[in-house]
Design a binder for this molecule. Structure first.
Ligand SMILES: *[C@@H]1O[C@H](CO)[C@@H](O)[C@H](O)[C@H]1NC(C)=O
Ligand SMILES: *[C@@H]1O[C@H](CO)[C@@H](O)[C@H](O)[C@H]1NC(C)=O
Ligand SMILES: *[C@@H]1O[C@H](CO)[C@@H](O)[C@H](O)[C@H]1NC(C)=O
Ligand SMILES: *[C@@H]1O[C@H](CO)[C@@H](O)[C@H](O)[C@H]1NC(C)=O
Ligand SMILES: *[C@@H]1O[C@H](CO)[C@@H](O)[C@H](O)[C@H]1NC(C)=O
Length: 384
C-alpha cells in the first residue's frame, strides 16, 4: 500500500518535472508569463501569444535564437537574468519590434555583434550588467535608436572604440562601472547628445584626454571614482553647463592643472578625496570655491609652505576660502600628522624652500614669498 503510494508520488514527480522543462508550469496570465527557476534550457513555445511580459530568470538557457521569439511578437519586456547565456544568435530579437526592455544580467555573454540587436526599434532599456563582455563591435546599437538606458557594468571591457555607441541619439544613461577600461578615446561619447548620467567607476583609467567630455553637453553626473587617474589636465572638465556631480575620489591624482574645471555653473558635488595631492593646487581655490560640496579628505597634504603652490602666475594668485582650507589635514611633516592646517601656527611651518621655483612641476614661481606668507596668515587669522 505505502510502496504503491510512493510509486505513484514518484511517477507524479517525474511527470511534473517533464511538464516543467516543456514550460507547462510557467505561471501565465493573458499578458504576463512567469517561468522563473524551472531549469529551462530553451524559451517555452506553448505560452499565450498575447503576452507582453516574459520572465525567464534563474533557468539554464545557454543561447537565444530568432525562432525562440517568433510567437511572442507582442512582448514589451523580456527578463533573462541568471541564466547561462553565452551567445545570442544573429538577429535573435528581430521580430520583437515592440520590445522596450531586455534584462540580461548575470549571464556569460562574451561579445556583442553588430546584428545582435537588429530589429529592436522600440527598445528603451538594455541591461547587460554582470556578464563577461570583452568587446563591443562598432555599430552594435545602431538599430536601437530609442535606447535611453544602456548598462554594461561589471564586464571585461578593456577598451571602447569611438563607434561603439553610434546611433544612440536618445541615450541618457550609460553604465560602464567595474570593467577593465584603461583609456578612453576622445570621441567615444561625443555622439551621445542626450547623455545625462555616465558611470565609469572601478575601472583602470590612468589618463583622460581633455576632449573626452567636451561634446557631452547634457551631462549631469559623471562618476570616475576608483580609477588610476594621476593628473587632471587643463580643459578636461570644462564647459559642461549641466554637470551637477563629478566624482573623482579614490584615484591617484597628484596634480590638477589650471583650467581643469572651468565653466561648470551647476556643479554641486566634486569628490577629490583619497587621492595623492601633497600641495593644494590653487586651481581648486580659483575654480571651485563656489561648489557647495567639495571633498578633499585623505590626501597626503604636505604642511609646509609648499602646501600653497608657488608656481602659479601672479594674476591667479588669490586666497582660498576657509571651507577649502578647513579640509586640509596634514600628513607630513611627521610632527603635524593628523593636525588641521588651520590649527597650525604659521610661524612654525617650514618655509626654508620659499622663493625658489618649485621644481616638481617645472614651472617658474611668480608668487612672492610675502604673498604666500600673507595668504597663509590671512587664512589662519580668518579662522581665529
Ligand atoms: C540546470 O542547472 C542546474 C544548476 O547547475 C543543474 O543542477 C541542472 O541539472 C540543470 N538542469 C538542466 C535541465 O540542464
Ligand atoms: C498584440 O497586440 C495587439 C495590440 O494590442 C492586439 O491587437 C493583438 O491581438 C495582439 N496579438 C496577440 C497575438 O494577442
Ligand atoms: C506595437 O506597438 C504599436 C504602438 O505602440 C501598436 O500599435 C501595435 O499594435 C503593437 N504591435 C504589437 C504586435 O503589439
Ligand atoms: C604663533 O607663534 C608665534 C611665535 O611663537 C607667537 O608669537 C604667536 O602668538 C602664535 N600665534 C598664535 C595664534 O598662537
Ligand atoms: C624644511 O624643508 C627643507 C626642504 O624640504 C628640509 O630640507 C628641511 O629639513 C626641513 N626642516 C625641518 C625643520 O623640517
Amino acid at each position: 500500500m505505502s510502496s504503491l503510494l510512493t510509486s505513484v508520488l514518484v511517477l507524479l514527480l517525474v511527470i511534473l518535472e517533464g511538464l516543467k522543462t516543456t514550460g507547462a508550469s510557467c505561471d501565465c496570465s493573458a499578458l504576463t508569463c512567469r517561468c522563473e527557476g524551472l531549469s529551462l534550457t530553451s524559451i517555452p513555445q506553448n505560452l499565450p501569444t498575447s503576452i507582453t511580459s516574459l520572465h525567464v530568470e534563474y533557468n539554464n538557457l545557454t543561447s537565444l535564437h530568432m525562432q525562440d521569439f517568433l510567437r511572442y511578437r507582442n512582448l514589451s519586456s523580456l527578463f533573462l537574468p541568471d541564466n547561462r547565456l553565452f551567445t545570442i544568435g544573429s538577429r535573435a530579437f528581430y521580430h520583437l519590434t515592440n520590445l522596450t526592455s531586455i534584462d540580461l544580467r548575470w549571464n556569460k555573454l562574451t561579445c556583442l555583434q553588430t546584428d545582435t540587436f537588429v530589429g529592436l526599434g522600440s527598445l528603451r532599456a538594455l541591461n547587460i550588467d554582470y556578464n563577461d563582455i570583452k568587446s563591443i563591435e562598432e555599430g552594435t546599437f545602431r538599430e536601437c535608436p530609442r535606447l535611453v538606458h544602456l548598462l554594461l557594468g561589471s564586464n571585461r571591457l578593456a577598451s571602447i572604440s569611438p563607434g561603439s555607441f553610434t546611433g544612440l541619439n536618445q541615450l541618457e544613461l550609460l553604465d560602464l562601472f567595474s570593467n577593465q577600461i584603461t583609456y578612453i578615446q576622445p570621441d567615444t561619447f561625443s555622439n551621445l547628445p542626450q547623455l545625462k548620467h555616465l558611470y565609469l567607476y572601478q575601472n583602470g583609467i590612468t589618463h583622460i584626454h581633455p576632449d573626452t567630455f567636451s561634446h557631452v553637453s547634457q551631462l549631469q553626473l559623471l562618476s570616475l571614482f576608483s580609477n588610476k587617474i594621476a593628473e587632471i589636465q587643463s580643459g578636461t572638465f570644462t564647459d559642461l553647463p549641466k554637470l551637477e556631480e563629478l566624482d573623482l575620489d579614490f584615484n591617484h591624482i597628484t596634480n590638477i592643472q589650471a583650467g581643469a574645471f572651468s565653466n561648470l555653473p551647476r556643479l554641486e558635488y566634486l569628490g577629490l578625496g583619497h587621492n595623492q595631492m601633497e600641495i593644494l593646487p590653487l586651481t581648486i581655490c580659483h575654480e571651485l570655491s563656489s561648489v557647495p560640496t567639495l571633498i578633499l579628505n585623505n590626501n597626503p597634504w604636505q604642511c609646509d609652505c609648499r602646501i600653497v603652490s608657488l608656481n602659479l602666475h601672479t594674476q591667479i594668485c588669490g586666497s582660498c576660502s576657509p571651507e577649502i582650507v578647513n579640509q586640509i589635514t596634514c600628513t607630513n611633516p611627521g610632527g603635524f600628522q593628523g593636525q588641521k592646517l588651520r590649527d597650525i601656527n604659521v610661524t612654525v611651518l617650514n618655509c626654508t624652500e620659499l622663493g625658489r621655483p618649485n621644481s616638481a612641476t617645472g614651472q617658474q614661481g611668480h608668487c612672492p614669498y610675502s604673498y604666500v606668507f600673507n595668504l597663509l596668515l590671512s587664512v589662519i587669522l580668518m579662522e581665529t
